[in-house]
Write a protein that binds this ligand. Structure first.
Ligand code: SAM
Length: 278
């Protein structure tokens, strides 16, 4: 199968993307480490740091795959909730806090109401299945839900989410404008979209090295480790096709987001775009 975009009609892209991720699901996480030299962990760390999760946050991670970003967000929410329980921030809350501690049951109910939750959303059942197994292995049993579907049509009501992330996923979506409009719809006013995606390297030397690495080395690693060179060839080509930082920011604005900014990481190999629903 030739995964090159130029030879694939638009209507077939979704099926091909589905096939690619079904093929790579079981080796996806190890391949991420191998291909990026572990850098994807730093990039995702920065994404979650930028998001600054808070207690009670309702978060949606689209194209969430095997749950890597979702697990980090959930842990950060739970840490924030633990801190909130132990240390009320406002002096006037101390009295209420002490009363709550005496009324154990009542306090428990209140904390349950405040609990944040993360939804992992992905089109691919195999990726979600690997994610569920990883969550079980990590003991992440509460606060996570898994939903299968297309980012272009989210099965969630309007204004139900505080935040939305999409990491290394939006470039695989056929109608990105529809996906961004859906992101805008499900966010509450003040809610934030963060998109981590491969981008355009502007430094000429770094660009040459990066191009040589991605076109020659990544498909070979994919062939050796995942026994699927073609899928990794597709992934590399999809990176090349993705708009540059400024064009992507414009497309985010076109979907209604405001205060749109971006941060380049590793010289623009990836960028985090941020936008608010205001
Ligand atoms: N976000 C995860 C991470 O960073 O590790 C997974 C990224 S993986 C490169 C891309 C994911 O996008 C795959 O799991 C794929 O199934 C998903 N995907 C592709 N097209 C999609 C769509 N239209 N709607 C939802 N998910 C999609």
């Amino acid at each position: 199968i030739d995964f090159g975009f130029k030879t694939v009609p638009r209507q077939q892209k979704e099926a091909l993307v589905g096939q690619v991720f079904s093929n790579v699901a079981s080796s996806y996480d190890i391949m991420n480490d191998l291909m990026s030299g572990g850098l994807h962990r730093l990039w995702k760390h920065r994404l979650v740091e930028t998001l600054a999760p808070f207690a009670g946050m309702q978060h949606l991670d689209v194209a969430g795959g095997t749950g890597d970003v979702a697990f980090r967000v959930l842990r950060a929410i739970q840490t924030a909730e633990q801190i909130d329980r132990q240390l009320p921030q406002q002096p006037q809350q101390w009295q209420a806090h002490q009363a709550q501690q005496q009324a154990g049951q009542q306090q428990q109910e209140q904390h349950q109401q405040q609990q944040g939750a993360v939804t992992v959303f992905d089109i691919n059942a195999e990726m979600l299945e690997v994610g569920k197994q990883r969550a079980r292995a990590r003991g992440l049993t509460t606060g996570l839900s898994w939903v299968q579907g297309n980012a272009e049509q989210l099965p969630f009501p309007d204004a139900c989410m505080d935040s939305y992330t999409v990491a290394f996923g939006i470039r695989n979506v056929t109608d990105r404008h529809a996906a961004l409009c859906e992101a805008h719809r499900v966010l509450r006013r003040g809610g934030r979209l963060l998109c981590l995606e491969f981008s355009q390297v502007s430094l000429p030397l770094l660009r040459q090295v990066y191009d040589a690495y991605s076109f020659n080395v990544i498909p070979k690693i994919g062939g050796l480790v995942a026994h699927d060179e073609a899928s990794y060839q597709y992934l590399v080509e999809s990176i090349r096709q993705f708009p540059d930082q400024e064009s992507w920011a414009d497309q985010i604005r076109d979907a209604g987001f405001r205060a749109v900014t971006h941060e380049n990481l590793t010289g623009g190999v990836v960028a985090i775009h941020s936008g608010f629903k205001l």
